[in-house]
Design a protein around this ligand. Sequence first.
Ligand code: GLU
Length: 370
Amino acid sequence: MSLFPRKNLCSSNLVVIKIGTSSLTGTSGKIDPEKFRKLAEEIFFLVSKKKKQVILVSSGAIAAGSEKLGRLNSLKTIPEKQAAAAVGQNLLMTQYEKAFGAFGTPVGQVLLTRDAIEDRERYLNSRNTIFQLLKFGAVPIINENDTMATEEIRVGDNDNLGALVASLTGADLLILLSDVEGFYKNGKLLPYIDEISKELLDEAKGSSSVVGTGGMETKLQAAKIVLNAGIPMVIASHKKDGIITAILEGIEVGTLFAPKLSKMESKKRWLAHGKKPAGHVVIDDGAKKALLEGGKSLLAVGIKEVKGRFGAGQVIGIFDSSRVELGRGLTNYTSEELSKIKGLKTAQINVILKESAGEEVVHRDNMVIL
Ligand code: GLU
């Protein structure tokens, strides 16, 4: 019996879909508006009828730019590709705007680089923007900021970027849509993988797609990232109509990479043991009760003391008034801000801080009780 059966995918709510260049272009390598239309139609169906939240990670900027510049499939150097991306990103978004516009759905462009994910403050900001777009009913469309991504800050390919976005947003599922049906071993499609073994990595080496950056190697790297975060991933072919819906109905298509850990276990393990807390807060008895018995988030009003220096997004300890550590979590505020707003309610916080992140200091989902 598999630890993570297909039918578990039916309950996925937040889904990150990575769509590769070859899934957006025709055989000539030119952008194919019909493919955008179909994708938008299916996503609109999933969002409006199935109440899913969808984030798209889309490639295609370099291809669209090369086509416009009359240099399809002939760009070699990084600066050439970066320039093509500068031309093409805009064209890519125009296609999405048109395709989703037909359903009255707005789209929002988010361009990321590796450092925007590694730096905690920028990480939180990007995350907040993505969630706000979803709240507005818009589809976030993410790509790497190719024009400014130097080697040090590049993710490099959108399979890895898709995985980072899935773990950044705590998604329930990552789907990699590609021109292949899934992961093949010795010419046979594997429907279920729960371990990225050396054997698989060797099998993946050397595979590549003609128009995109990724082959199977980057897809396995992506699988490693999400499985560590307790998030399942499916590789499937964009060529089948209704493929995303089929995946979300638990139908056996493509290759499922199944996590051994639950998302919560993975995150909580990281919170509890992964990082040394950068400081801590001491809370009052009311807040202690709300946390331990009510399963609530930690609010500024319940904080009595702030110890240490920390930034927003860092792990902090949560202590009770007898200095016993109750739990740990990611703080939405810096230690400096917390010293100003401890003991205060939302209205007062908004007066004191120009850019308040609300009354929640540590959200329940970002907290572990020890
Ligand atoms: N960011 C690149 C583009 O938009 C794609 C990278 C990839 O396909 O992995 O063209």
